[in-house]
Structures are given as C-alpha cells and as structure tokens.
Design a protein. Sequence first.
Length: 426
Amino acid sequence: MRPMAGKNGNRRRNSRRRRRDEFHSDSHADPASLSPIPDIEGVPNNEAEPITSLPEMIEACDRLRASGRIAYDTEFIGEETYWPQLCLIQLASTDEVVLIDPQAIEDMSPVWELLADDAVEVIVHAGKTDLDIATVASGTSPTCVRDTQVLAGFAGLPWPVGLNKCIGAVLGVKVPGGMTFTAWNRRPLSPQQCRYAADDVRYLLMLEARLQARIVENDLEPWALAAQAERCTGSTGQPDMHAQRRRIENGRSLRKGQRATLQALVEARDSIAQELDRPHRAVIPDQALLAAARQRPDSASALNALRGMPRPVVERFGKRLIGVIADSADAEPPADPPRPTEGCPYQRVAIDALWHRFAAICMDRGLAPELVATRTDLARWHLGGGGDWPVDGWREDALDALLGTHLKGATVSLAPWPQWQHEAAE
C-alpha cells in the first residue's frame, strides 16, 4: 500500500482531480460548437481519430517518415506519477494529422524510431517534456528537432510565447483552447479533445516555416540555430536536484550544515518518489524538507512532529531519512554561483538602465532579450567593472554584437548620484 502525502498533499491532488473532472465534463459536451478547420495550403485539415492498432500505427509512421518533416506533441498527466503518464501522441505532416493512443497499443517503438530518425526533421512547440517522454521510453533522443517557441523568440515574439498566441500572431488563425487540463487518460476521447489535440500539431510545420523566414530576414539565423541545438535535446527526464534545493531554500538563510542536509534530503525524496511512482511534493512537501534540514530530527517521533511531514512516509522510510540527516552532518554544502549584490539604489538604477537599453536593442532586432542574457547576467558584468561577459558561446557573440564595444571595459554611468549622496552624508 502506497503512503499518503499528508493532508496538504492530498488536498492539492484532489483539487487537481476535481479540476480535471470539470474540464473533462466540458470536453464531452455537444460537439456542434466545433468550428470548421481553416483551409490553408500546406496545413492538413483532416478530422483525426486516435489510432488504436499496431498495424495501422506502423502504416501511419511509414507515411510520415516519407514526408521527411513532421510535427510532434503529446498529451500527458504529470501530477499523479513520478514520470508523466503518456495519454496521447499527436503527429502531423503537411498532408495529415495522426493521433495515436498509447493506452491501446503496447509497442510504441515505431513512433520512437520515427522521431529518432536522422532523416526526419521534428517540429515541436515548448517540447522539452515531449522530447523527454520519447527519450525515457526509447533510450534514444530525437536529434533533428526545431522548437517553434524558441524560433519565435528570434522572430519578434515575446519569450516564452504559447502555441495558440504564436499561431494567431504569425498565421492569423484563432485556435480554440481550453482542453489542456482534461482527463486525457480516460476513454473514449471526445471530438472536442481530438480536435484540440490535432490542432496542437496541425499548424506547426507552417508556423516553423514562417518563423524561419522571419529569422533569416532579421539576420539572426546563426544564433537561432545555436539556441535550437542547446534547447531541443531530449533527456532522461531526471530532475535537477540542485535546482530543487535552491527553489526550496528560496533565499532563506541556512547554515552550511543545514544546506548540506537539505540537499541530501532532496535527493532522498527523489529516490523515494521514484520507488512510489509519485511526484516529489506528493511524497514530502517542500516545507517539511526545509523544517527537517533546520531541526535535524533524529527519531521517528521527531520526524512526525515536523509540520507537513506525512506519517505514512515516516512509518515506511523514517529510518532512511534519519540516516540521511545524520550522514549529512559533516558533508560539504553544495556550491551555488554567487548572486551579485546590487548594494545602493544607484547601482540598482544603473543596472536597470543597462538592462532596459539591452532589451530595447534586442527587441529592435526582433530578438527576445531573455534568450541572450538575464538582468542578473548584466548585473554581474556591471558590478564586476565590465570586461568579459558572464555568458559564453553564441550568447557572448550576441552581447558583443548588440551592446557593442563602447560598453566593454566600462560600467554604466549615472554621475550625479554619488555627488548628491556624498553631500547628504555630510
């Protein structure tokens, strides 16, 4: 029997289930409200129904492979299990949209082989999780990938832009939404769900072509290609344990030993979550981990006394958690990159000025500034007295080209401020 997540965890999961139930009920209402599919050259306009047999899926994959260029998306539920629960796969060429039901077909290898084929270009939108699903399922990462969300950031659209807004801005098509949070794991899928899922890939190939043309026009193709290469790679989906710990810590002041213990507990929680096939925070809430790192309980009763700590987790894994806490007592704390301290208001205004100047230059070129550098990056550069940029690769080239050599070796100047501060001090 799997341990419960405690009252707060159960409340959150039950709330999400109720929300899915409501959306799912709406998705099975009268389908008469479905609007006609626009007739656009190069955009498939078929009404797709889920494929539920292996032979039919293989035939579809063969047709898609012959096209050499496909769109890919998935529908999944991520809040109930450690790995996202795959519920539907959407694929498209310029001729057809294909929906595949992984709940009805056990062997999905033809799809994963199609996505990993070096001769097939795969188009996604904000596709990291979709690519991770393919990589975890097959052990092979799709290699020839283009992400229209990334491309949009080099084509005059904000970062990150959602798919429907991107389609509306670039193609002038209004795509109905509202089905993201339905219960995709239930069958049968309604016509509304199928339309929504099909629309997620229907326009991607045309969208990618239009965005690519604008990127070439903006003379940003080399940077866009470099950004694609670093972002459009599937992984095994393993979460970043250090990022989780930093999110829980959230700027709080922890002693070195407490930080080391928190990191060890985050990693122990991940191991337990995999065993139980549950999301991290459904196993042990973040605040309970933080309390454990601070108070360092050494018994089951002390663990149970922590606010938010699920009692069933303590019953089953208490000894492991206590051992992790004890073993981390003398561990070296994780080293995080130091965040720049902006100090006086003068420095903050100077950094704001630098950031807004940089953002304006980027937007004038049709480039989303956040793809190149963050305000923190520019703060680090300014407070360090100029010199080398705190980024590398294509981003370093972009900063050189966009901000120009007139800023290298010099910080932003707002001369009157120090004078007035000095006089006020006297």
